[in-house]
Design a protein around this ligand. Structure first.
Ligand code: FAD
Ligand code: DLZ
Ligand code: SF4
Length: 516
């Protein structure tokens, strides 16, 4: 009687603990396209296409390695539509003696896995996911011993542990841990960025794209611009392309935004790492090798490695540290509905229209677009963080709860009360103007605070601080903006409040709630 090895859609690594050390002859690998996973939020079309195509390719690779793979397609007759239903059918079909599987990245799915032993009366071996450098237990120990969970200190521990960018004397390379201050340049309009790598769509990907158009046609997003790596080989090609073409300039313009530019000097590796097509440590070693060979500067390589072994591992730890109810955290008690234009992209605000358009066409936007345009606006406008979180989970091809929620609830919306970010990532139009060319093409005037053409970010920024004074006033890092607000005349403050109120009254929720 074989052992059943369910492999989930974001566990596509040949080093997966459930696949290592097993005898293919005694093993049935189960992979399942299931309706429930496509609907717990109505994911972007590109996200579903990416996951299904990558799953189907991975199943082929496993077969070539001698595994028997039972692959359940979405439209297969009898597909029950859920992980638990499909595991139950497979246990019966194969008379499995045991189940061996790797813990899911999301609490929701982990709860299903934990129910299997009781339901199916076969032993279930649930293995930790070793594709992270810091285990959940290690993170909980680290967090439990601290009053403040500062990412920078976590990151330094990860540098020491991995030896990445460390000198022989145990000091950080270049004598500094962090080169963030060197990574805040704008990019002049007209800057030439290398093209994103493109991939031939083979018959598997073409079939999946057709399936998604057919079955998920009403979901957000377009499929025409689908350019994601769907195999480990393609992901490796994309990584090499980044290392040679964009990493050397990754640092300086990391936060910059330009109309029509999707990739800039970003890596576009998050979908591949999150799916298991790339190993995070290997990715960082390759980036370090570029520095050691003198092909990429330290500020760029350190900046990149910090994102992967610092932020990525840290947010995953925070997700498990925060526990149940994380999505519902709402420190600022923000209750407004998400405006409809987050789905349609129809707004006169050029920055939002551009970032939403890029997101619709690519299932992607880079970090600063997510944080300082889309997230910043939602927080200033007082949108309910749970709705904001659902939006991010839908629209990005790299979004899974463990990485999306801390970034949205914690970092971007300050809904955790400051656990992740010591002050809210709130900014007026001046920041967006400094880092992009959006404002030069906007109907609003970024320099104006009140009046019909005033940039909405300006009055919203002050109104946000004013509205949340009780909660944010004690924050020492906000002392300066509050002092500036207090120095304004009452007349000026009233004008800002009025401007913000009139703008907020124009925000309308989507016509239907199909998106949830
Ligand atoms: P680069 O900018 O080139 O960075 C390199 C890698 O570092 C990324 O591929 C990613 O693996 C890692 N990384 C960088 N920043 C973060 C971060 N804050 N958290 C986790 N990993 C990070 N990333 C996701 O993978 N999934 C999400 O659902 C997601 N949601 C986000 C929501 C918000 C509000 C914000 C502000 C950020 C979010 N991020 C998310 C982080 C980040 O925006 C993306 O990882 C990044 O844009 C992916 O593009 P890239 O591969 O070109 O990254
Ligand atoms: C996101 C997603 C989607 C859309 N579909 C599937 C699927 O049909 N089969 C599958 O195995 N995984 C899918 N996923 C990814 C899962 O939701 C993912 O494994 C969990 O989010 C991890 O906890
Ligand atoms: Fe956005 Fe304001 Fe600039 Fe327009 S003027 S692009 S709304 S920041």
């Amino acid at each position: 009687m074989p052992v059943l090895v369910p492999v989930l859609g974001d566990q596509l690594s040949h080093q997966l603990p459930s696949l290592v050390g097993v005898e293919p002859a005694d093993t049935i690998v189960l992979m399942m396209e299931v309706w429930d996973e496509t609907q717990y939020v109505k994911h972007h079309k590109q996200k579903i296409a990416l996951i299904f195509s990558a799953m189907r390719h991975f199943a082929e690779e496993l077969r070539r390695r001698g595994f028997a793979v039972d692959y359940v397609k979405l439209d297969d007759p009898g597909n029950s539509g859920s992980f638990t239903g499909e595991v139950e059918r497979a246990v019966k079909r194969h008379r499995a003696s045991a189940i061996r599987t790797v813990e899911a990245g999301e609490r929701r799915v982990l709860a299903m896995q934990r129910s299997w032993e009781g339901r199916f009366a076969v032993p279930v071996r649930l293995l930790p996911d070793t594709r992270f450098l810091c285990s959940i237990e290690e993170f909980l120990d680290w967090a439990g011993a601290r009053r403040e969970l500062t990412m920078e200190y976590f990151y330094r521990d990860m540098r020491r542990r991995t030896g990445l960018l460390m000198s022989a004397d145990g000091k950080p390379e270049g004598e500094r841990w962090n080169y963030d201050a060197d990574n805040r340049d704008a990019a002049p309009p007209g800057t030439d960025f290398p093209d994103r790598p493109r991939f031939q769509k083979d018959v598997i990907t073409r079939e999946v794209i057709e399936l998604v158009e057919d079955r998920f046609g009403s979901h957000f997003g377009t499929l025409e611009g689908f350019e994601w790596p769907v195999t480990a080989d393609e992901a490796e090609y994309a990584l090499s392309d980044f290392l040679s073409q964009r990493l050397p300039r990754f640092g300086a313009t990391q936060d910059a935004m330009l109309i029509g530019e999707v990739t800039m000097n970003h890596a576009l590796v998050s979908t591949s790492i999150n799916l298991g097509l790339l190993d995070p440590l290997e990715v960082c070693r390759r980036a370090e090798a570029e520095y050691r060979a003198g092909r990429a500067p330290l500020n760029a390589v350190e900046g990149f490695i910090r994102q992967v072994i610092g932020w990525r591992e840290y947010v995953r730890g925070i997700y498990w540290w925060e526990g149940e109810g994380y999505r519902e955290r709402n420190f600022l008690e923000a209750r407004r509905k998400l405006p409809g234009f987050y789905w349609s992209g129809e707004t006169d605000m050029k920055c939002l229209a551009e970032c939403i358009g890029i997101t619709r066409d690519n299932g992607f936007a880079h970090h600063i677009q997510r944080l300082m345009v889309l997230g910043n606006f939602a927080m200033l406008a007082g949108i309910d963080p749970a709705e904001v979180s659902d939006w991010y989970l839908v629209v990005y091809a790299d979004a899974y709860e463990w990485v999306e929620m801390p970034n949205v609830i914690g970092m971007s919306q300050h809904a955790d009360g400051g656990r992740m970010a010591s002050k809210p990532y709130a900014a007026s139009g001046a920041y967006i103007d400094r880092m992009s060319d959006y404002c030069a093409h906007c109907v609003y005037d970024v320099k104006k605070k009140v009046g019909p053409r005033a940039c909405p970010f300006n009055s919203l920024y002050w109104d946000f601080l004013d509205r949340n004074r009780e909660r944010l006033g004690p924050n020492r890092r906000l002392r300066n903006p509050y002092a500036t607000w207090d120095r304004m005349s009452e007349e000026k403050r009233a004008a800002y409040r009025d401007q913000a109120a009139r703008f907020l009254a124009t925000l309308e929720p989507p016509e239907s709630d199909w998106v949830y």
